[in-house]
Design a protein around this ligand. Sequence first.
Ligand code: KIV
Ligand code: NA
Length: 267
Amino acid sequence: MSAISIRSLQAMKQQEKFSMLTAYDATFAQQAADAGVEVLLVGDSLGNMIQGHDSTLPVTVADMAYHTANVARGNRRAQRPALIMTDLPFMSHGTVEQGLESARLVMQAGAHILKLEGDSWLIPLIESLSRQGVPVCAHLGLTPQSVNKFGGYRVQGREQDKADAMVEHAIALANAGADMILLECVPNELANRITAAVSVPVVGIGAGAGTDAQVLVMHDMLGLNPRPAKFVKNFLTDGRNIQQAFAAYVAEVKSGQFPAAEHGFSA
Ligand code: KIV
Ligand code: NA
């Protein structure tokens, strides 16, 4: 089977849901791709899950490049390689120039698409990356790199004006060349509005079942987080092994069984 590409995912919008899972190393990357996960996210959540920090702020571009290279080696051994998405970490893309250099390092490590937290201020960088052939996913809503500004990890876009602004930002980012949008912890209704408003695939986490795709942190969906967020489901249940837990996640995303009502937020 041929590798998943940005074109395959685009073609799935409104046809078939796809799934994304974090991966930080070769072994789990291969297992997840072999279980049918379409996108492996080398998330800066590795700061929490791998490095033991309390936030993603300490993660560097070098850390992201290192884990991307490991994931890329595992993914290459999968029957159907997934698309590898890598986060640009905290303050590694404050200016266009800095963003381009950070992008070069993680793309050369093996990423196929970058994920950038931010709203319309990302537009000049996304335009520049797009011109240079680098796909981008714009991450809106709860952007954990801004935890200090938010004053905690909380649902975003509950107020009407904030919700309207998020829709406008998503449209502007897609027009600037963003190939995907990711929404974290937003009311289901707002996620549905954004999914309908843009032609690129929208991935959700804590955003309800109406988006084109779902993402979870691997450690969370294997039940390794002692204090899981509301949107998390443990798939390592019912006597499954890890491979079967990954496959169950993929199947439940495809069928629309996950996320259920209990995993979402209302306005
Ligand atoms: O770093 C990460 O794992 C993420 C997902 C939670 C979307 O950004
Ligand atoms: Na992240």
